[in-house]
Design a binder for this molecule. Structure first.
Ligand SMILES: *[C@@H]1O[C@H](CO)[C@@H](O)[C@H](O)[C@H]1NC(C)=O
Ligand SMILES: *[C@@H]1O[C@H](CO)[C@@H](O)[C@H](O)[C@H]1NC(C)=O
Ligand SMILES: *[C@@H]1O[C@H](CO)[C@@H](O)[C@H](O)[C@H]1NC(C)=O
Ligand SMILES: *[C@@H]1O[C@H](CO)[C@@H](O)[C@H](O)[C@H]1NC(C)=O
Ligand SMILES: *[C@@H]1O[C@H](CO)[C@@H](O)[C@H](O)[C@H]1NC(C)=O
Length: 622
C-alpha cells in the first residue's frame, strides 16, 4: 500500500515537473515571491566587453493578461542583470506583474540616472490605456505619462526620452474607415490601422507634435494587403506597422514601418515625407537590402548626412527575404542625386538565425554593439570590428524580451536590504546561524558584513563578512545568533546601506531532536563569542578556522547541500508542497484525479479563447 503510494508520488512528481518545470526561474530565500528568468551566458572574449548592465523586460504573453491569469510569484516586467546573467533588480512587483516594454536607463533627466519604460495598457484597455513611466534610481515612480486619448493606446514599441530631457517620442496607432478606391473597389470600405508618432512633453504629457500615415503612406507601399484582400472591421488592416521613431537636431523624424520595409524621414515642419529608405519606393541607391526592420535610430545626423542603425534582416510572420538577421549601421548622403546609402557595419545574428519579430540594436559608448534578438531573450555584444564577445538567452523558450539594452547605471534603492537568518544544530557544540541577504536594485555592492547582537538594544557585533557573489548571498556563522543584521559595502569600503534588525528563525527544537543542556537553546551573546580580538575575518570573507570546530563545519556542509538540493527542485515552495503532498498520499488519498501542483502561472481556464481575444485587442505588438 505504502509502496504503491510512493510510486504514485514519484510518477506524479515526474509528470508535474515535466509539465510545469520552473528550473528556468531564479528563487530566493529573502524574496520568496520573486521568480526572475535565468540567463544562460556564453562568453567568447571578456577583455573587450563594455561596462554596463543589461536592461530587459521578459514577458510570457505579449498581450495584456487578465488579472485572474496574472502570474504568481513575480516573473515578468522590468529587470536589470549584470554581465554574468545575475539579477540586479526586478521591478515586477512594482507593476503587479504587468508587461512593460522598452525598458532602459535615461541620463537626460537630471544628475541622477532614471529608468524609463512603457507600462502596457491593461486587459481592460478602456480603463487603463498604458503609460510612459519614469523611475528614479531609488526605484520610485517619478512620472507616469498617459497618451492623449484621441491618439489611441500607449503603444508598446517606443518611449524615447530625448537627449534634452524635455520631450519624449512615442509610436502611435490609429484606425480610419476608408474606401478601397486605391484598390479599384471604390464602392467598398474597410477599416485601416495606420501608424505614426507623437512627441510629448515629459512633464505634462501634452502633445507637441504628432503624425499619422493616413493620407501620407498609400496602401500600395505595404506588403501584406492586395487589391483582392477582403475588408476588415476595426481596428483594420495593419498596413504599415510602425515600430520605432527618432528625431534629429534638424527637427525631422525617422520612422520605421515594418510592413512597408521602409524607413521614412518626416519633416518636422510640415509632415511631408522627405525621403524613403528601402521598400518599393526607395529614394536611395543602396548597396544593401533590408526588410522588416526594427528600431531605426540616428547615430549622427546633420540634416543631409546621416548615420543610422537598425535591426534588419529580413523576415516576418509570412515571408523571409534573407536568411540571417543583422544589426546594420548605414550612412546616408541626401545631398547628392541620386541619394546614396551604404553599409558601414553589419553584425550578423551570432547563431545565423532570423529574428522574425521584434528586437533592437544599440551602439555602446566604446563602439561595441549590443543587440537584442528578442525571442527567448537572445542578446549579443559585438566589438566594433565584428568580434562576437558573448551571447546570452533565457534558459527556456517561454519568455522573450521585446527590446534589450546595455547601460552603465547606479541603483540606490530606498528600501533597505532584505535579510533572513536561520539557526540549526543538535546541541550547544554545533549550532550555526545561516544568513541570506539581498538588496533588490543595489549596484556596486562588493561585500556583505553580518552582525548579531545580544538583544534589541545592544550594539551589533560583526560576525563575519563575505563577498557578494550573486543577487542573494549566504553566510554561515558559528553559534545561535539572534537580532541579526547585514551591511552592504562597496569595493572602496563605503557602507551603502544596512538591513533592519531581524530575529533568527529556529526550528521546533523538540521535533529536530535537539539534545543540548539548556533546552530550548538560547541565543549567544555575540560580544562574548565574537568579541574584539578573538575573532578575525580574512579578506576572502572566511572566519578563522579556530572559531569553527569540525562538527560545526560538517553541519554547515550538510546545510549547504540541503540548500542546494532545495534550489534544485525549484525552491522551498515546491519542496514544502511536495512534502505536504507526500503526507497526503501516505494518509491514503490515493485517488487524486484532477489534482495539480500550484504552478508559477495561474493558467487561464479558457486559454485558447483568451489568447485569441488578446490578439484581437492588441494586434500590433510585434
Ligand atoms: C542579410 O543576410 C544575408 C545573408 O547573410 C546577406 O547576404 C545580406 O546582405 C544581409 N542583408 C543585410 C541588409 O544585412
Ligand atoms: C554634414 O556632414 C557631411 C559629412 O561629414 C559634410 O560633408 C556636410 O558639409 C555637412 N553638412 C552640414 C550642413 O553641416
Ligand atoms: C536562404 O537559404 C536557402 C536554403 O539554404 C537558399 O536556398 C536561399 O538562396 C537563401 N536565400 C538567401 C537570400 O540567401
Ligand atoms: C540558449 O543558448 C544555448 C546555447 O548557448 C542553447 O543550447 C539553448 O538551446 C538556448 N536556449 C534557448 C531557450 O534558446
Ligand atoms: C572607489 O573610489 C574610486 C576613487 O575614489 C572611484 O573612482 C570609484 O568609483 C569608487 N568605487 C566605488 C564602487 O564607489
Amino acid at each position: 500500500m505504502l509502496g504503491f503510494g510512493v510510486s504514485l508520488l514519484l510518477w506524479l512528481c515526474q509528470t508535474v515537473s515535466a509539465q510545469y518545470t520552473s528550473d528556468d526561474l531564479m528563487s530566493f530565500v529573502t524574496l520568496p515571491n520573486i521568480r526572475a528568468a535565468k540567463f544562460d551566458v556564453q562568453y567568447h572574449n571578456r577583455e573587450r566587453v563594455s561596462p554596463g548592465y543589461w536592461f530587459v523586460s521578459p514577458y510570457l504573453h505579449i498581450g495584456p493578461d487578465k488579472p485572474s491569469s496574472l502570474y504568481e510569484p513575480y516573473q515578468i516586467g522590468p529587470h536589470i542583470y549584470d554581465g554574468e546573467g545575475r539579477l540586479i533588480w526586478t521591478g515586477s512587483q512594482l507593476f503587479d506583474n504587468r508587461n512593460v516594454f522598452d525598458f532602459k536607463a535615461v541620463d537626460s533627466l537630471g544628475p541622477e540616472p532614471r529608468l524609463s519604460m512603457v507600462l502596457q495598457y491593461s486587459w481592460d484597455s478602456k480603463e487603463d490605456t498604458g503609460y510612459g513611466v519614469v523611475l528614479t534610481n531609488d526605484y520610485k515612480v517619478e512620472r507616469k505619462l498617459p497618451l492623449r486619448r484621441d491618439l489611441g493606446l500607449f503603444d508598446i514599441h517606443e518611449f524615447k526620452i530625448r537627449e534634452d530631457g524635455k520631450t519624449a517620442l512615442v509610436t502611435i496607432y490609429l484606425s480610419h474607415e476608408i474606401t478601397l478606391a486605391e484598390f479599384g473597389r471604390p464602392e467598398e470600405t474597410t477599416w485601416l490601422e495606420t501608424g505614426g508618432f507623437a512627441e510629448i512633453d515629459i512633464n505634462t504629457a501634452e502633445v507637441i507634435q504628432w503624425w499619422d500615415s493616413y493620407n501620407h503612406i498609400t496602401l500600395s507601399e505595404g506588403v501584406h494587403y492586395h487589391p483582392n484582400t477582403p475588408p476588415e472591421g476595426h481596428p483594420g488592416w495593419d498596413y504599415v506597422h510602425v515600430n520605432s521613431v527618432d528625431k534629429n537636431d534638424a527637427g525631422d523624424y525617422l520612422l520605421s514601418a515594418r510592413f512597408t520595409n521602409t524607413i521614412y524621414l518626416i519633416s518636422g515642419i510640415n509632415g511631408d515625407i522627405m525621403w524613403r529608405l528601402g521598400g518599393k519606393y526607395t529614394d536611395f541607391e543602396q548597396d544593401f537590402m533590408f526588410s522588416k526592420q526594427h528600431d531605426a535610430k540616428f547615430i549622427e545626423s546633420n540634416g543631409t548626412h546621416h548615420i543610422i542603425s537598425f535591426l534588419n534582416n529580413a523576415s516576418d510572420e509570412e515571408f523571409n527575404e534573407e536568411n540571417i538577421s543583422a544589426s546594420l549601421f548605414v550612412e546616408l548622403d541626401t545631398s547628392v542625386t541620386p541619394k546614396t546609402a551604404r553599409v558601414l557595419h553589419r553584425y550578423n545574428r551570432p547563431d545565423q538565425q532570423l529574428s522574425r519579430l521584434r528586437g533592437n540594436t544599440q551602439l555602446l559608448p566604446n563602439g561595441n554593439v549590443f543587440t537584442c534578438w528578442s525571442k527567448e531573450g537572445y542578446i549579443s555584444e559585438h566589438a566594433a570590428d565584428g568580434e562576437i564577445l558573448y551571447t546570452a538567452n533565457f534558459t527556456s523558450p517561454r519568455y522573450s524580451s521585446y527590446r534589450g539594452y546595455k547601460f552603465e547605471f547606479t541603483g540606490r534603492p530606498s528600501a533597505p536590504p532584505d535579510l533572513v537568518a536561520s539557526v540549526l544544530g543538535t546541541d550547544e557544540t554545533n549550532m550555526v546561524t545561516t544568513f541570506w541577504v539581498s538588496w533588490n536594485g543595489a549596484t556596486d555592492v562588493a561585500w556583505w558584513h553580518f552582525y548579531a547582537q545580544a538583544s534589541e538594544f545592544t550594539t551589533p557585533v560583526l560576525i563575519g563578512k563575505t563577498a557578494r557573489d550573486d543577487f542573494e548571498t549566504t553566510y554561515t556563522g558559528h553559534g545561535y545568533l539572534d537580532w541579526v543584521s547585514a551591511e552592504a559595502v562597496d569595493a572602496n569600503g563605503t557602507v551603502l546601506g544596512r538591513s533592519e534588525v531581524y530575529r533568527s528563525n529556529h526550528p521546533d527544537w523538540a521535533a529536530v531532536g535537539y539534545k543540548g543542556k539548556s533546552n530550548p537553546p538560547a541565543p549567544i551573546d555575540p560580544s562574548i563569542v565574537y568579541g574584539v580580538g578573538d575573532h578575525k575575518v580574512d579578506d576572502a570573507g572566511h572566519t578563522s578556522s579556530d572559531a569553527i570546530d569540525t562538527q560545526t563545519q560538517k553541519t554547515i556542509q550538510i546545510l549547504g547541500h540541503a540548500y542546494d538540493a532545495i534550489h534544485n527542485i525549484s525552491g522551498f515552495f515546491s519542496f514544502l508542497l511536495l512534502l505536504g503532498f507526500f503526507a497526503a498520499v501516505v494518509a491514503g488519498y490515493l485517488v487524486l484525479r484532477g489534482w495539480r501542483l500550484r504552478v508559477y502561472q495561474r493558467l487561464p481556464r479558457e486559454d485558447a479563447f483568451l489568447s485569441e481575444r488578446a490578439r484581437l485587442a492588441s494586434p500590433h505588438q510585434d
